[in-house]
Design a protein around this ligand. Structure first.
Ligand SMILES: *[C@@H]1O[C@H](CO)[C@@H](O)[C@H](O)[C@H]1NC(C)=O
Ligand SMILES: *[C@@H]1O[C@H](CO)[C@@H](O)[C@H](O)[C@H]1NC(C)=O
Length: 186
């Protein structure tokens, strides 16, 4: 635990200088009186709706695979704009959207590089974002990706997201993903 807090504290020592004013009293950068030893932890659970075809597609292919080795589609790139809802039902309350890009990053296995933002729409979180950057081993039951930052209420956020498949339509391959997010912020 102590080691963890040290890890958190270390970068903040550089980001949040105690005082920052010049002789002229310029205030282009202010110190913020927050306690780096007391991060807040937030937990979220929501459901994403992956639709590949039709007018409401949420994942679209923008670059075809360069080489189709063992059907692993290495080089394929998708853009996504995925609605996130409170329950697995597509019509349930919209909490936010997961927007980003993924690319097939391994020629031997189904592995994606994911670069994504989650924007929230609800109450005090409206407009706040979390940014994720990670490796998605698609065939694993639980796929974990790091939360590397955030904006609004999630400034300085860090944490992780776990994605698991909730249901699959085997005709269309459309599916519902359950996302669980744990983040520290200040
Ligand atoms: C697309 O979404 C709209 C609005 O939610 C809905 O009315 C329509 O039925 C959907 N179309 C398809 C093909 O699912
Ligand atoms: C969220 O913010 C947008 C504009 O920034 C506004 O149009 C919308 O009504 C807000 N939604 C909620 C739930 O507060």
């Amino acid at each position: 635990m102590a080691k963890y807090f040290l890890n958190l504290l270390f970068p903040l020592l550089f980001i949040l200088p105690k005082t920052f004013s010049t002789a002229e009293g310029d205030t282009f950068l202010k110190s913020i009186n927050r306690n780096p030893l007391k991060p807040r932890i937030s937990h979220f659970r929501f459901y994403g709706h992956i639709i590949f075809g039709g007018p409401n597609a949420t994942v679209v292919n923008v670059v075809p695979p360069r080489v189709n080795v063992k059907k692993r589609s290495y080089g394929l790139v998708n853009m996504m704009d995925i609605p996130l809802t409170k329950t697995p039902k597509s019509g349930s309350k919209l909490l936010g959207r997961l927007q980003g890009i993924d690319g097939r990053a391994w020629h031997e296995k189904l592995v994606q590089l994911m670069a994504m933002n989650i924007v929230f729409f609800t109450k005090k979180y409206n407009g706040s974002t979390l940014t994720l950057l990670g490796r998605n081993p698609m065939s694993e039951e639980v796929r974990e990706m790091p939360v590397v930052g955030g904006s609004g209420l999630f400034r300085f956020a860090r944490g992780y997201l776990q994605a698991s498949t909730y249901s699959v339509d085997f005709q269309t391959r459309d599916n519902v993903i359950e996302y669980i997010v744990h983040v520290f912020d200040y």
